[in-house]
Design a protein around this ligand. Structure first.
Ligand code: NAP
Length: 217
């Protein structure tokens, strides 16, 4: 098997882990990473710096087997609910549509614990809407990974998340698996395996399932 994988979000905590794992994976022939800023060069990596507001529909690099999407922002960074939804829902959908039109058969989405289009919580509703909209595109293999709090060291200040992580790390053995913070490497592994499965499969992977493989973080 020799697959071409499109990765969006490669500069983020989970995306960096996906990139490292995918480049080391013998099943992967090429990783096409769409980013806003250049990545360090690597064997098998095609890095395309793009304007995500003006993605070219006819670019040849859409022709991949699988897409892994780890895009996301925060409402604080985005500045408004609408701008948050534009990154966490509308952009993944646009990318999914363009890659599907070019022949991609597998899509692996980094979503969130509790994602639900019917939720009263704006964040969870937006994540659920993204999941549902991409499902409508008819990918033969569509895997959604729903992590709890992501246990990553960040340069960017995220006060609420930082406090939650301190608590999560201190109380880790006492927290039920469903809510335990999860390492980027474990999320990346689930996304990568979904994207590279010998035959396309569709499933939702809840956060508790990620802990069986989280040790390598
Ligand atoms: N934080 C948590 O505890 C948590 C929990 C559950 C689920 N999640 C979800 O998990 C996913 C991945 O999380 P993460 O921690 O890896 O995220 P992250 O470290 O913040 O990385 C986000 C990625 O999205 C890109 N991005 C952000 N805004 C963009 C824009 N306007 N246009 C293009 N690219 C943009 C970033 O690119 P730049 O480097 O160019 O900014 C980066 O590559 C997100 O969808 C998040 O909502 C997070």
């Amino acid at each position: 098997m020799s697959l071409r994988v499109l990765l969006v979000g490669a500069t983020g905590a989970v995306g960096r882990a996906v990139l490292t794992q995918a480049l080391a994976d013998p099943r992967v022939a090429q990783v096409v990473a769409l980013t806003r800023r250049p990545l360090a060069a690597a064997t098998k990596l095609t890095n395309v710096v793009v304007d995500f507001d003006n993605l070219p529909a006819d670019a040849t690099w859409w022709k991949v087997d699988a897409v892994v999407c780890t895009l996301g922002t925060t409402r604080r960074a985005a500045g408004s609910n609408e701008k948050f939804a534009a990154v966490d829902r509308d952009l993944p959908l646009r990318i999914a549509r363009l890659a599907r039109a070019a022949g991609a058969t597998r899509f692996a989405l980094n979503s969130s614990l509790g994602a639900d289009a019917a939720s009263g919580n704006f964040y969870l509703r937006t994540k659920g809407e993204a999941e549902d909209a991409i499902r409508q595109l008819g990918y033969p293999g569509y895997t959604i990974v729903r992590p709890s709090l992501i246990d990553a060291d960040r340069v960017e200040s995220r006060p609420g998340e930082g406090l939650a992580l301190i608590v999560a790390r201190a109380l880790n053995p006492l927290i039920p698996r469903r809510w335990k913070a999860v390492k980027p490497g474990a999320i990346a592994r689930a996304l990568r395996e979904a994207a590279l499965a010998p035959a396309p499969v569709s499933r939702v992977i809840e956060s508790a399932e990620l802990h069986a493989t989280s040790a390598a973080g």
